[in-house]
Ligand binder design. Sequence first.
Ligand SMILES: Nc1ncnc2c1ncn2[C@@H]1O[C@H](COP(=O)(O)OP(=O)(O)OP(=O)(O)O)[C@@H](O)[C@H]1O
Length: 657
Amino acid sequence: MEGIGQHIPTLLAAGLALVSLRIYPYSPSSENSVHHEHAKATITEIEDENDDLDTDNTDGSVKPVVVQWRNISCVLMDKAGEVGKTLLKNISGEAKPGRLLAIMGPSGSGKTSLINVLAGQLPASKQMRLNGHLLVNGRPVKNAKHTVAYVRQEDLFFSQLTVRETLSLAAELQLGKDVDKEKYVDDLLKRLGLGGCAGTIVGDKKVRGISGGEKKRLSIACELIASPSVIFADEPTTGLDAFQAEQVMETLRELAHDGHTVICSIHQPRGSIYAKFDDLMLLSNGSLVYMGPAGEKALTYFESIGYKCPEHVNPAEFFADLISIDYSTPEREEITRGKLASLVNTFSGRISESLYGKYESAADNSGVVVRSSSVKLVRPHVGWWKQFRILLRRAWLQVAAVNTAMAALTKTVNVFPKERTIVQQERTKGSYGLIPYLLSKLVAEAPISAAFPLAFAAVVYPMTGLHPTFSRFLRLSGIVTVEAFAASAMGLTVGAIAPTSEAASALGPSIMTVFIVFGGYYVNEENTPLVFRWIPKVSMIRWAFQALCINEFTGLKFLKEKSFDVENGEQALDRLSFGKSSLREAILQEGRIALFWYYLTYFFLKRNKPRYQKFEALPHPTALAECSRASGKSESDFAEDITDAANASADEDQASE
Ligand SMILES: Nc1ncnc2c1ncn2[C@@H]1O[C@H](COP(=O)(O)OP(=O)(O)OP(=O)(O)O)[C@@H](O)[C@H]1O
């Protein structure tokens, strides 16, 4: 019995795909922290230069973090080095632990840009200039250490894993050995209301899985694994129906009330969602219109400057109407722009000193300029060597299937078009037939064609720690050899069709790339759109990969250490949709594919044989006159009959050849 870790870790592959963007550590606990039973995740860590500064803990509690930003400006320069577009203009504000801050504003107002800046994840660009102060617990961000999670708009998961498996894998890779991960995951599932769908697969567009709202909550759960102090969520309700949007926002509100600092952007929430916000930031056209408490206080502020929200109107809609620019006519645009400018000026004049007073001096003295590069990804918890081994094993079978085929193909398409020209000339002279030529070529090249895949298997098989039995090694060598023959045969066909070597070199790898994509690793047959279903059936990569997987997994038993571990090789094959097939069938299919390509090569070589213009067959003029007299026909009719007969005979010759 062996551990699944000795073989292609399909589950880990999925998990790694999930967390490959970010794998996070587990940092020591701190005393003055707000207790939180479940959280333990981080996406980014701000550079830490002082040990006495804030650190996140590892015992399920969250360090309270106040984030403040002053005079954040972000502009894009044009080619002449002048300011082109302004994304953010002098934006100040703060987010506190235990409170949910919503950043609201019309589309294009700068919400995502600001969230990216605050999370330290604004994509770098040579044209961009970013200035301002970003403080964490009163210290310049460069010197602070805190963990942040970023829940993005799109949710990326491995669709065939269940919710529990997804979380377990993330926990396995991110948490320390001393943490009871089963319990941790159970707690997270319960906390985010995912208990009911823990056993359901995530699914995708084709295979129905969990709902959009559950997916978003799963995203949040994955982010929570390393106890982030600050949680950013960019438009978490986008694409959700009203009920699911409400549930997601309720989750964020609860997280805030558990001690996290939560900052989310949202376009135009309905009233019940607006009521969950503790603080509100209104942005329009990159400028700050309001920053402060949400709810009644925000309405009171706007009333005090002459804009009263009518009764029974959703405040979010009232704000949206108030701060949007109306582009319907030039006059309306001018009026609404003027109103917006006055709102921005009024708020900048009234902005409360007390809001920032506590940390003002730190901000002024730091002189820190915010740069997206000041944030770095945290080192993975799993060691470098283990990551390397996991990734190597995961990649091995596909590499074997792809490389063997690609090498055989490239070798053939580079050489064969030139050889074809010579062969065609020789055949024109009638030196030999096509079948003897192809057979002799096949036999002569067989040892060389087999040598590369055999050497490849001999070197890589022991290195990657696959099943250490000689019979399986022999079978694997056989599989990659048949595959090399199939690829080589395809190379011959391409060489027979393409007009030049260059065209063959372009065409061959293009076709092979399609076969690789549908090779069962990136897209398996079940997930292939109906119109493309035939491609995996004729893909030499798919059958080789399938045969390699069956050879490796069949009959194996795994130690079931974690809830997401598979128990035996058959289950692992099921995961790859190879559960119902046999090794014999896969190899036979690979062989048929090779024969098919050999046949096509024969067909095209025969069809594309050079043809030359022939003289029409006309008898000598004296003979023609005598024969036409004897046949009772005119000379021209008789000549036509002879030409037709000659052409028919030439066609017969061609067909028999
Ligand atoms: N890297 C960039 N290059 C050019 N323009 C950019 C870039 N990033 C953002 N912008 C522009 O800056 C403005 C603000 O964009 P941002 O995505 O922050 O707005 P938003 O309020 O989040 O919009 P939405 O609600 O539609 O997502 C938009 O006009 C956008 O096109």
